[in-house]
Write a protein that binds this ligand. Structure first.
Ligand code: ADP
Ligand code: MG
Length: 570
């Protein structure tokens, strides 16, 4: 055996552990789901690795998960014979919280109002393994990577440090042993050494796991007149292993869907919407998609994760299969099980595959129509959905011209109509003034800046509604989307804005000509002074109280877009 090293947790990890140890969460039970979920992932990975590398010296004969309890020692062990981890992987994956969102999580935890809010946050940031410290005062992990000779033993009591050593003679895979906190004699509901408790937790949280979850249980046959009591030990499989996506909707309960969502999305909350799909015919597949209630912290990070896992005939192939949904739907989680793909399929092949492209089109349409249904029938859920994912969905206005119409229909925007409520384009159109031929918008950094902008004055004065767009992506889609419902989008800061009816216009024209004459000297003088900095100096119809403003050409970049391009070095 190698030397035993003592290493320190990073400050961030320590804070999270501290939070777990002193956790007041009601839902301590969920540690078991996290361990089983990790074990299941490890088995998926091993099957795939063995399939891709025929020379891998791995034992794949009886892949399973095992739960063992020692009542006297008060330990609970979850064991798998999956892919395992190398020593470096243990340090990276278990010893540190390498995830980029840690700082963000800490900031949000500070802001969290109550335990429920913290619990939700922890779910979003996925610190699965550490949840063991809610119930254990010491955790031992023993792991041997498939194909490797030596194993690694990791141990921590969840305080400042952990120990790690290289050991011999461990079986392939990983076992995690929890040294349970002292029992609370009153609290039978949280006795994790009780068989019934483990049965219940597996059934509730992990029934669909595709690998057998086994436990040794004692069978007692009561004494009869002739025979004394007998106790035999037998191994039972606790889960049904049914793939939820292969079942029809009415065979599955909402709780089962929720637990499955938590497993695939690594989440703790409930899905906002569950979307089961089934296609028969040329391309046969089943899909089970979820729209979460919360955006993940990395939704707008470059290497943020996508969320649909690919299976082929029930066999896990890969997580985050980018080809199954367009990037702007990266917040959607779930699985797709395709019947006719090769188990060998690689990410490169996926990009070319006709079947995958057909599936992607169908899934995209289905997700968008589902959002449209939510918008029509569940306004509160729609508002949640839009505030969490609207910014991502608006990227679709640029990227996905095929679905632009429905994307425009499901979008909503802040506007001058209301300080609190956003408006859909259809609602905007319904409120339009007679003779209005365009949808007006102002784009900039904040609502406040836009509201104080001189460009809005004439619109305010005439009672015309203006969309107030403050996301960087707004600058881009408004420049690319030609129209909604036959109406073009017009920036209040660009070009000639036509606010008047035809008669108004004739009158204004005459007046303007007169005023142009009147001010010709002033305009000429100003143009001379401003010189190259401007294209021309004109009298304005758009101002009512400010003396002057700068406007762009119809085709020029707005100041915000200029800033965006400059920031990205273009
Ligand atoms: P997550 O599962 O969301 O990645 P966890 O904290 O549950 O986060 O686990 C961290 C990582 O540790 C996993 O991604 C995996 O790489 C590794 N890991 C955890 N448990 C196991 C296991 N039983 N076998 C192999 N690797 C594991
Ligand atoms: Mg996990």
């Amino acid at each position: 055996a190698g030397e035993r090293e003592q290493l320190e947790f990073q400050a961030e990890t320590r804070q999270l552990l501290d939070l777990m140890i002193h956790s007041v969460y009601s839902n301590k039970d969920s540690f078991l789901r996290e361990l089983v979920s990790n074990a299941s992932d490890a088995l998926d990975k091993l099957r795939l690795a063995a399939f891709q590398d025929k020379d891998l010296d791995a034992d794949t004969a009886d892949l399973h998960i095992e739960i063992a309890v020692d009542t006297d020692a008060r330990t609970l062990t979850v064991r798998d014979n999956g892919v395992g981890m190398s020593r470096d992987e243990v340090v990276d994956l278990i010893g540190t919280l390498a995830k980029s969102g840690t700082a963000e999580l800490r900031r949000k935890l500070k802001e969290a109002k109550d335990a429920a809010a913290s619990e939700e946050l922890i779910g979003q940031f996925g610190i699965g393994f550490y949840s063991t410290f809610m119930v254990a005062d010491k955790v031992t992990l023993l792991t041997r990577k498939a194909g490797a000779e030596q194993a690694t033993r990791w141990e921590s009591s969840g305080e400042a440090t952990y120990t790690i050593e290289t050991v011999d003679g461990a079986p392939q895979g990983t076992s995690v042993t929890l040294h349970l906190k002292p029992a609370d004699a009153e609290d039978h509901l949280h006795d994790y050494t009780a068989e019934w408790k483990i049965r219940e937790l597996v059934k509730r949280y992990s029934d669909f796991i595709a690998w057998p979850i086994r436990m040794e249980v004692e069978r007692r046959t009561p004494a009869t007149d002739d025979e004394p009591e007998t106790v035999t030990v037998e191994t039972q499989t606790l889960n049904s292993m049914k793939a939820l996506w292969a079942k029809s909707k009415d065979e599955v309960t909402a709780e089962e869907y929720t637990e499955f969502y938590r497993h695939v999305a690594h989440a703790w909350d409930e899905p906002l919407e569950t979307i089961p799909m089934k296609a028969e015919g040329t391309f046969e597949y089943q899909a089970l998609l979820f729209i979460p209630q919360h955006a993940p912290f990395d939704l707008f990070m470059r290497d943020g994760k996508t969320g649909v896992h690919l299976y082929v005939k029930r066999v896990f192939i890969m997580d985050d299969a980018d080809e199954l949904l367009p990037e702007y739907l990266r917040f959607v989680k779930g699985v797709v099980d395709a019947q006719d793909l090769s188990l060998n399929v690689s990410r490169e092949i996926l990009q070319q595959d006709r079947q995958i492209r057909a599936i992607r089109r169908r899934l995209t349409k289905k997700v968008l129509t589902t959002i449209k249904d939510i918008q029509a029938s569940r306004p509160d859920d729609y508002r949640t959905l839009w505030s969490e994912f609207g910014r991502a969905l608006k990227e679709g206005l640029i990227a996905d011209t095929d679905n632009r119409d429905v994307l425009l229909q499901i979008s909503s925007f802040p506007s001058t109509e209301s300080a609190e409520e956003q408006t859909t384009l259809a609602e905007y159109v319904a409120r339009m003034r007679e003779g209005q031929k365009q949808i007006y918008y102002a784009a900039g950094e904040s609502r406040q800046l836009l509201e104080n902008s001189p460009h809005l004055e004439a619109f305010k004065a005439k009672g015309l509604e203006v969309l107030l767009l403050t996301d960087p992506v707004d600058e881009v889609w408004t420049a690319q989307v030609p129209e909604f419902d036959g109406l073009t989008f017009q920036s209040v800061a660009k070009g000639e804005v036509d606010l008047d009816t035809d008669e108004d216009k004739k009158a204004a024209e005459t007046e303007r000509e007169e005023r142009d004459k009147e001010f010709a000297d002033l305009l000429g003088w100003m143009a001379g002074i401003l010189g190259e900095h401007v294209k021309s100096v004109r009298l304005s119809t758009r101002l009512t109280t400010s003396p002057a403003c700068i406007v762009g050409d119809d085709f020029s970049m707005s100041p915000a877009l200029e800033r965006m391009y400059r920031a990205s070095g273009q």
